[in-house]
Ligand binder design. Structure first.
Ligand SMILES: *Cc1c(COP(=O)(O)O)cnc(C)c1O
Length: 356
């Protein structure tokens, strides 16, 4: 007998989500992403570390934002919305544009001009969003869309939208379902801090429901040039090549701080050099191509390991890789060796490869 096909996160976890039979399922079958065991990098963190990557790059629009957007757009349609609006460093707009196309409603996205990776911009345009490049940073875009959605008939689908958090918490459920228990540590990049808030909510709900009997320590990592939660103060000009976490005033700052505190976790900053090194290792050593911001989770784990954080303790660590590497092809090409040049000649190529 065929196994039941994956129906998307709303249908699969409907008992744990604020939906009813009246809620339309605007889905592209997001979720059910692989939890890939590390083949090589785990041992670099410590002899007792079991490391797994929750690879969110294989969602329908290639980032975890799809989990939240299926909920946000489904609820917006349930409430009669005919248009949504969001500010985005790229992935939220890609997801909003796709789910709105699916729902047959208008999507408006405001992006910081010049700071959105090419793949993400391509997605918003391809899915048919009204795409507005604003002469300002993400925080400026967010201020604008908050005010517009407060005053006009468009539904806000930024991570301030409570349904985004609800949809995104399903990733924590999936981790527990796959492992049979929560990990000891869960590492995440932190930008607007919606995702760390969501995972913590998911882990807490599974324990309240009695599905699990303990909680992980949450490890959040910000880019050093955009690390307001780490430094304890808003960053007016956030700078990092990891554009998905280039945020100076996170919308879910308080909730993220609470998750770190309640879970006895850590929030740390990683430099762009550390992010790029982690990004290169993940693709060239593990075979997992994620975008730069995603690699902040593994960069942070490396940093903690270097400080002796894991020692020889036996523990399971999950690192979320939030988005696909093809989102940012320019960075991939810029940080790797250039292709070698060869004539159309077998002898020349055989010699180059040292096969002769
Ligand atoms: C949105 C995003 C983040 C940051 O998530 P927050 O919920 O804003 O903290 C990290 N990585 C990628 C790829 C993203 O799209």
């Amino acid at each position: 007998m065929a196994a039941r096909a994956w129906p998307g996160v709303i249908e699969h976890y409907r008992r744990l989500l604020p939906v009813s039979d009246a809620t339309p399922r605007i889905t592209l079958l997001e979720g059910n992403t692989p939890l890939i065991p590390s083949a090589h990098l785990a041992e670099r963190l410590g002899p007792g570390v079991r490391l797994l990557f929750k690879y969110e790059g294989v969602n329908p629009t290639c980032s975890f934002k799809d989990r939240g957007m299926t909920m946000a757009v489904s609820k917006a349609v349930e409430e009669g919305a005919t248009a949504t609006i969001c500010a985005s460093t790229g992935n939220t707009s890609a997801a909003a544009a796709a789910y709105c196309a699916r729902a047959g409603i208008q999507s408006v996205v405001l992006i910081p001009d010049g700071y959105v990776a090419l793949g993400k911009l391509a997605q918003a345009l391809a899915y048919g969003a009204r795409t507005i490049a604003v002469d300002g940073d993400f925080d400026a875009c967010l201020r604008l869309v908050r005010e517009i959605s407060d005053n006009y008939a468009v539904a806000l689908v930024n991570s301030l939208n409570p349904f985004r958090i609800q949809g995104q918490k399903t990733a924590a459920f999936e981790v527990c379902d796959a492992l049979g228990a929560p990990p000891e540590f869960h590492a995440l990049p932190v930008g607007n801090a919606g995702n760390i808030t969501s995972y913590w909510l998911g882990y807490c709900e599974y324990r309240e429901q009695g599905v699990t009997d303990r909680l992980p320590h949450m490890l959040g990592f910000q880019a050093a040039g955009a690390a307001p939660i780490v430094t304890g103060g808003r960053v007016d000009k956030p700078e990092t090549l990891a554009t998905a976490i280039r945020i100076g005033n996170p919308a879910r700052w308080e909730e993220a701080s609470r998750a770190i505190e309640e879970s006895a976790g850590r929030i740390e900053a990683v430099s762009d050099d550390e992010i790029v090194a982690a990004y290169r290792e993940l693709s060239s050593v593990e075979g997992i191509f994620c975008e730069p911001a995603s690699a902040a989770s593994y960069a942070g784990l490396k940093k903690l390991a270097a400080e002796g954080f894991f020692g020889s303790r036996r523990c399971t660590v999950v690192a979320t890789l939030t988005g696909h590497g093809l989102k940012d092809p320019d960075r991939a090409v810029a940080t790797a060796a250039e292709p070698e040049q060869a004539p159309d000649d077998i002898d020349a190529i055989v010699e180059m490869l040292g096969l002769a």
